[in-house]
Design a protein around this ligand. Structure first.
Ligand SMILES: Nc1nc2c(ncn2[C@@H]2O[C@H](COP(=O)(O)OP(=O)(O)O)[C@@H](O)[C@H]2O)c(=O)[nH]1
Ligand SMILES: [Mg+2]
Ligand SMILES: [Zn+2]
Length: 292
């Protein structure tokens, strides 16, 4: 029988099968020999060992089309990166780091600004909107008053989606609007530090309906970009990569070179200045790192 691994804990894999049942499975020894470790998100074939106790054994992992390391999950159709448009205030540098990581992983990303019901959103609205020029799909939602949720719900239909973003931005609250029965724990914001508590512990896919799955992830507060040199960074900013070969220097990194089309685009507003500044900061960070 075919199914999808939705959770892995202590050597057990929980496989949601076509018959609508969740089976607790082991992966026997065959994967250890082949050096493939089953991942949450893997589509698998299982043999059923006990129909009353819902026990089974994974006998085959079907081919993956992609996989992420953090969180460890396979066959991801898209990531929805959720940021708060109010408080905690959106950290655009962190957003761009995340986007670069997803470009490197080759996973499609949608940016979702939540908490648009709060007055503080007015402070950040323009900055959030400047990302519309980046080419990423941008959504504005409120898990609290329901704004934008219909569009979000249709976006996730029959896909496997990872909800990512800092803690306290409303990932779990948004998930609860999609599947209230999941009753994902949400954290009250501390009045003092205004950061969400870490309430989402292990990585788990939640079956919504049909072929729709969502992974809620614990929040992150920092992200590193690893495995590339500064000269490669421009390839992972799609709105900057668009100008490849257009500048005076073919190898232009769009930093301090003369006759640079990217810098012109920033000046006349075609490329977001926030994003460009983050690009320069990350470029310098990667360059520094290489000197160590
Ligand atoms: N005003 C407002 N508060 C929200 C919204 N979404 C979530 N919250 C609150 O933000 C806090 C953190 O939410 P939670 O879903 O736990 O965030 P997570 O850490 O990203 O999963 C909770 O107190 C929620 O009630 C929203 O759209 N508007
Ligand atoms: Mg959460
Ligand atoms: Zn240039």
């Amino acid at each position: 029988m075919q199914g999808k691994i939705i959770k892995g804990i202590g050597g057990f894999y929980y496989v949601f099968c076509e018959d609508g049942t969740e089976y607790e499975c082991k992966a026997k020894g065959i994967f250890r020999n082949k050096k493939i470790k089953p991942l949450v998100g893997d589509n698998v074939n299982i043999e059923i060992l006990d129909r009353t106790k819902n026990l089974g054994n994974i006998i085959e992992i079907l081919p993956r089309f992609n996989s992420l390391i953090r969180p460890a999950v396979a066959n991801v159709d898209q990531t929805i990166i959720i940021f708060s448009g109010a408080y905690p205030e959106p950290n655009f540098n962190l957003l761009d780091r995340f986007l670069v990581n997803m470009e490197m992983a080759g996973v499609e990303t949608v940016i979702c600004f939540n908490k648009t019901d709060l007055n503080e959103f007015e402070i950040y609205r323009d900055k959030c909107q400047s990302y519309e020029k980046s080419g990423y799909k941008i959504m504005y939602i409120s898990a609290k008053n329901g704004d934008g949720l219909d569009e979000l719900h249709s976006l996730i239909k029959n896909k496997t989606t990872v909800f990512a973003g800092p803690s306290g931005v409303g990932k779990s609250s948004t998930l609860n609007t999609i599947k209230p029965e999941a009753e994902v724990k949400t954290g009250e914001l501390s009045e003092k530090i205004q950061r969400g508590k870490h309430t989402t512990r292990h990585s788990e896919l939640i079956h919504i309906e049909d072929e729709t799955y969502i992974m809620d992830t614990p929040g992150f507060s920092s992200l590193y970009i690893e495995g590339i040199e500064e000269g490669e960074l421009k390839e992972y900013f799609p709105d900057i990569a668009e100008y490849t070969g257009a500048c005076r220097f073919n190898m232009c990194n769009h930093i301090s070179e003369p006759d640079c089309r990217v810098k012109e685009a920033v000046e006349d507003g075609r490329v977001s200045r926030i994003r460009y500044d983050n690009y320069v900061a990350l470029y310098n960070e990667l360059k520094e790192k290489r000197k160590w």
